[in-house]
Design a protein around this ligand. Structure first.
Ligand SMILES: Nc1ncnc2c1ncn2[C@@H]1O[C@H](COP(=O)(O)OP(=O)(O)OP(=O)(O)O)[C@@H](O)[C@H]1O
Ligand SMILES: [Mg+2]
Length: 265
């Protein structure tokens, strides 16, 4: 078997004296989409923040392509190939969509034709961003802001794209309602009613993850509470409960028993 792209071994992370991660083991191989699942407050975001360096790990190790990254600062880990889209709407509301995207291009100093090619790739995944280039980020819908944040992270050309609840900005009730309908949405070009716009955003994020997976150019670590979304896009899953991994395997092995025991509220 090849070297894991990312490997967490016995990672322990504390926040203000409390042990939040209690020995987390997790691996991602090149080209894989891995879902990290679990109820609210179990430590999913803490795991991502430990990987990206926002939180220091107290014990254990984090390797990227075999090299330890846990001693590195946040920006060094980003340059080593981590692209991170935090939970919530991480865009600059007063900058235009175009200016928000430019920030992603700065990392590798892409200009001219190289910058246009990189942007075209993002527009192919998220057509709505091209339509909205001149708009301020703050006027975009939650789903559109999420697409902008993912697009900007892709422009940093990561080896591993880390997404914290990409469907979260999009109302949960709407995602539930549209569950099955989404599967039939091949070319999402819905009119802009609230429901259809949310449907389009979820469909485009889902499509983007599947597209990126097919290109095999990068791996994705996805924190996500929507089981159907994970079943659609992930190759493997890890279920987390109270700071530890309690189940893992191929996504086909995500049984209703595991969902009931560890994922359902
Ligand atoms: N800044 C903080 N100060 C104190 N406790 C924190 C802080 N951040 C997180 N925690 C605690 O750490 C635990 C794990 O939080 P974390 O954000 O990793 O959960 P999560 O699985 O991402 O949950 P959610 O699904 O709600 O985003 C929770 O009990 C939380 O209360
Ligand atoms: Mg979280």
């Amino acid at each position: 078997m090849s070297t894991p792209l990312l490997q967490l071994s016995a990672v322990e992370t504390y926040i203000g004296g409390s042990r939040i991660l209690r020995g987390v083991d997790l691996e991602i191989f090149p080209g894989e989409v891995v879902a990290l699942m679990g109820r609210n407050g179990v430590g999913k975001t803490t795991t991502l923040r430990s990987i990206t360096g926002i939180l220091p790990v107290r014990a254990g190790s984090i390797l990227l392509a075999g090299q330890p990254i846990h001693p590195l600062a946040i920006d060094a880990r980003a340059r080593a190939g981590l692209g991170y889209v935090p939970q919530g709407r991480d865009i600059f509301p007063h900058l235009t969509v175009e200016e928000n995207l430019q920030i992603g291009l700065v990392v590798h100093r892409r200009k001219g034709a190289a910058a246009r090619a990189a942007l075209d790739r993002v527009f192919a995944l998220f057509p709505v961003l091209r339509e909205m280039l001149g708009r301020k980020g703050g006027v975009l819908s939650g789903g559109q802001q999420q697409q902008l944040a993912i697009g900007r992270a892709l422009l940093t050309e990561p080896k591993l794209l880390i997404l914290d609840e990409p469907t979260e900005g999009i109302q949960p009730s709407i995602i539930d309602q549209i569950g099955d309908t989404l599967k039939q949405l091949k070319a999402p070009r819905a009119p802009a009613t609230a429901l259809d716009e949310a449907a389009r955003a979820v469909a485009e994020i889902r499509h983007a993850v599947q597209q990126l997976k097919q290109e095999h150019s990068l791996a994705i670590l996805l924190v996500e509470q929507y089981v159907d979304f994970c079943r659609d896009v992930a190759d493997r899953f890890y279920a987390m409960d109270r700071g530890a991994i309690v189940a893992s395997g191929p996504i086909q092995g995500l049984t209703d028993e595991i969902v009931k025991a560890h994922l359902q509220v």
